[in-house]
Ligand binder design. Structure first.
Ligand code: SF4
Length: 398
């Protein structure tokens, strides 16, 4: 597995595959062809079907500036990957170069016909089972395992992630008005946060968790800065649970940072053995994974054993199996924003449920759920995988 730095990325929403990936692709094209007069970009598959709602065209045009750019959305031609884009560069009216790029999820890109440019796989162990056995043998926690692989510098990186997550909540709670796009969806984070002032105790805390998840997801939907956890669309779940844990007021910052490492490890296992791409495996891969990461984070903080952490993340992911990706008009707004809030609450419940069960008696491992999620995702018709051609995206207009 790669470093968890590859999973937790800081970038602008609303979609890691539809904005961060195309942004990286545009930069790569400019690196290869720095002196162009004009660029044409053709988007295919999910990028063509939902690119407008995901602000793909906006981010490509912005990155290529000041070069004028013409973007075409080809919804008919089938390409090898569901998120394909082809760049054509012109100088004095002549085509001088082209580049086919796949946005492969989580903001990563792959150039067609070239060896995947990836960083070193620093984790030698790839499954929860292998990592769990190793940690038990060495008598170390999952966070200590991350430290042993990533080195001490991971602490400052995760601290940056921690700060960025909290900032995205802060900003989201300040902003009001309507989100970009034709749906005219009102921002609700601040409204939720302020209403029912009589709420107290756990009820108040749960309301805040919902408001925090909305805050980040609304920032994401409006192109604001967020952390992919594991993706932009699912970026509200873990920060909401982080702020919830902070407000419980019983954890030192160092413990919270360690909890985020455990969350990152869980996301990394799903990314390696399953998928974190809505276009590949539906929303179970995005929000389902985010929920598993947040459940593991909370269980770790609660002093859960490695088996309990496995249970918590397994419960969280298992009950998202089959969840489709059907954003209306391709905007990462409906059902995405509300779904982040529901998943944050579910992560809290999953961590609690794991603490009530006897972890040794479970018949379902986390690795098994990850494999099931990938198979289920591949069984989903493409209408339900970030194409906005089925589900809510379709019935909304019927
Ligand atoms: S439905 Fe889920 S996977 Fe699809 S865009 Fe929304 S958050 Fe992402």
């Amino acid at each position: 597995m790669h470093s968890i730095k590859e999973l937790f990325k800081i970038g602008n929403g609303p979609s890691s595959s539809h904005t961060i990936g195309p942004l990286e692709a545009s930069k790569e094209f400019l690196r290869r062809y720095p002196s162009l007069d004009e660029v044409k970009v053709v988007l295919y598959g999910s990028l063509a079907l939902t690119g407008r709602g995901h602000l793909t065209d906006y981010i490509i045009e912005k990155t290529l500036l000041p070069i004028p750019c013409h973007i075409e959305f080809d919804i008919n031609t089938k390409m090898g990957h569901p998120n394909t884009m082809v760049f054509y560069g012109y100088k004095n009216g002549e085509l001088i170069g082209s580049l086919k790029v796949y946005s492969i999820g989580g903001g990563a890109i792959q150039i067609a016909g070239e060896k995947e440019k990836v960083s070193e796989k620093i984790y030698k162990l790839n499954t929860f089972k292998a990592i769990s056995e190793y940690c038990k043998k060495e008598k170390i926690s999952l966070a200590e395992y991350v430290d042993s692989v990533e080195g001490k510098e991971i602490n400052s990186y995760i601290e940056l992630i921690y700060d960025t997550m909290l900032k995205s909540i802060e900003k989201g709670l300040k902003h009001a008005g309507v989100l970009p796009g034709k749906l005219q969806v009102k921002r609700k984070a601040a409204y939720i946060y302020q209403q029912n002032s009589k709420d107290e105790g756990l009820e108040l805390l749960r309301k805040k968790v919902i408001a925090y998840a909305y805050a980040v997801s609304e920032e994401n939907a409006s192109g604001g800065k967020i952390v992919t956890a594991p993706t932009c669309g699912a970026s509200g779940v873990l920060p909401a649970c982080l702020k919830y844990a902070i407000e419980l007021n019983c954890y030192a910052k160092e413990e919270l940072i360690n909890g985020l490492k455990v969350a990152g490890l869980i996301g990394n296992i799903v990314k390696t053995n399953g998928s974190i791409s809505g276009a590949e495996a539906g929303c179970q891969a995005e929000v389902g994974t985010a929920c598993a990461m947040a459940a593991a984070f909370l269980c770790y903080l609660d002093g859960g054993s490695i088996d309990m952490i496995e249970r918590a993340s397994e419960i969280a992911l298992e009950h998202h199996l089959g969840l489709t990706c059907d954003p209306i008009d391709g905007y990462v707004q409906i059902p995405c924003i509300e779904r982040n809030a529901v998943a944050a609450l579910r992560a809290i419940d999953a961590a609690k449920l794991a603490s009530y069960l006897n972890s040794n008696e479970s018949k379902i491992s986390f690795d098994l759920v990850v494999a099931t999620m990938l198979k289920t995702g591949h069984d989903l018709r493409t209408n339900y995988r970030e194409t906005s051609a089925g589900g809510l995206a379709k019935t909304f207009y019927e």
